[in-house]
Write a protein that binds this ligand. Structure first.
Ligand code: SF4
Length: 320
C-alpha cells in the first residue's frame, strides 16, 4: 500500500517520545501493617501499593523495588497492588495498641493513579470508618483523596485523623520537573481547602526539602503562605534523603537539569545518604521561623473526634 498525505507524513515522523507503559500487578501480602524503627513519629505504616507511578525524581522509596530484585527505574512503571488489604487490616488491628500512630502512604502515594481503578486505599479507609479510637495520618500529593471525602469525615468523627498534603514548591514549572505525574500545585491547594471545609485536619509538608532547589527562605515561605491561605493547620518539613537506589535516579537528574549544583550534590552524597547535621539544624530553624511567621503549628493537631466528645459528655451526665 502506498501511503499518501497525512498518512505518509505520520509514517515517516520522527519519534519525539515514546509514551511510558505502566504495568499493574497484584501481589499477595503477608501483612498490611508494618512496624517502624524506634524514634519515628508513628509506629505503624500502611502502603497499599508497591511502586509509585507519580515518579518523583527525588523519591527515597525506590529501594523498595530492590527488595523484589528490580531496578530503581521500574519503581514508577511496575506497580503492585496488595491483595485483600481490608481483610488483613481487620485482623491486624486486633493485635496492636490503639495509642500507637498509623501512617498511610509512607513509601508510595496511596492516591497514585492506580488507586482510581484498584481502590486498595479506599478498602483500607472503609475499615477505619467502622473503627473507633485510632490515630491515623495519610500522606498524599493527589487530589484523588477528595473521592473519599465522605469516608474521611466518618473516620474523623471516630478517630484522630490528619491528612498531610505534600507541596514541595509553589512554582508549577519546577514542580512539573521534579514530580512529573503529580497533580498541579493549584489542585493540591484546592484539595487542602476542600478537606478543611469538610472539617478534616490538614498539614502541608514541603518534603523533601532540596538544597539549592527548594530550600530558600522565599521558596519555603511561599509554600507556607499558600498553605495557610488554603486553611492548613500545620506545616513542617525535612531535608532530602537519598538511599542508594534513589541516588541512581536523582543525581543524574541533577546533572542534567541543575548542572551548577551537580558537584556539590555528588560530594555530599558520596559520603552517605543524609545531608550534614549542620545543614539539617539550619534548615529546621528556617522551617520553625517560617511556621511561626504564618501562625502554623508543628502538629500533632489537637482535636477530639466528635464521637469521643459525645461519649465523654454522656459519661459526665449519666441519665440513669
Ligand atoms: S508521590 Fe511519594 S511515593 Fe510516589 S514517587 Fe513521589 S515521593 Fe515517591
Amino acid at each position: 500500500m502506498v501511503l499518501v498525505g497525512i498518512a505518509r507524513l505520520a509514517a515517516h515522523s520522527q519519534l519525539l517520545e515514546a509514551k511510558r507503559e505502566v504495568e499493574y500487578f497484584e501481589i499477595p501480602a503477608r501483612s498490611i501493617l508494618n512496624r517502624t524503627r524506634p524514634n519515628m513519629p508513628f509506629q505503624w505504616t500502611i502502603n497499599p501499593y508497591r511502586g509509585c507511578e507519580i515518579g518523583c525524581k527525588y523519591c527515597y522509596a525506590r529501594y523498595t523495588h530492590e527488595f523484589m530484585e528490580m531496578d530503581p527505574f521500574s519503581f514508577e512503571d511496575r506497580i503492585y497492588a496488595k491483595t485483600a488489604p481490608a481483610v488483613l487490616l481487620r485482623q491486624e488491628l486486633e493485635r496492636i495498641d490503639k495509642r500507637e500512630q498509623i501512617a498511610l502512604g509512607t513509601a508510595t502515594d496511596p492516591y497514585q493513579p492506580a488507586e482510581r481503578r484498584f481502590e486498595r486505599t479506599r478498602a483500607i479507609l472503609e475499615v477505619f470508618a467502622r473503627e473507633r479510637g485510632w490515630y491515623l495520618g495519610i500522606t498524599t500529593k493527589s487530589d484523588l483523596i477528595l473521592r473519599d471525602l465522605g469516608l474521611l469525615r466518618e473516620i474523623a468523627r471516630r478517630n484522630v485523623l490528619a491528612v498531610h498534603i505534600t507541596i514541595t514548591t509553589t512554582d508549577e514549572k519546577l514542580a512539573r520537573l521534579l514530580e512529573p505525574r503529580a497533580p498541579r500545585v493549584e489542585l493540591r491547594l484546592a484539595t487542602v481547602r476542600r478537606l478543611r471545609a469538610a472539617g478534616i485536619c490538614v498539614a502541608v509538608f514541603p518534603n523533601p526539602i532540596m538544597p539549592g532547589i527548594t530550600d530558600s527562605e522565599a521558596s519555603l515561605d511561599a509554600v507556607a503562605k499558600a498553605a495557610k491561605q488554603a486553611g492548613a493547620i500545620s506545616f513542617g518539613g525535612g531535608p532530602l534523603f537519598l538511599p542508594g537506589a534513589a541516588q541512581q535516579v536523582f543525581l543524574p537528574f541533577i546533572e542534567r537539569e541543575f548542572p551548577q549544583l551537580a558537584a556539590r550534590y555528588r560530594e555530599t552524597f558520596d559520603k552517605g545518604v543524609h545531608l550534614s547535621r549542620r545543614y539539617k539544624d539550619a534548615l529546621a530553624e528556617k522551617v520553625r521561623r517560617i511556621r511561626a511567621r504564618h501562625q502554623l503549628i508543628s502538629g500533632p493537631m489537637d482535636y477530639r473526634p466528635e464521637l469521643w466528645v459525645e461519649e465523654e459528655q454522656m459519661a459526665l451526665f449519666p441519665l440513669t
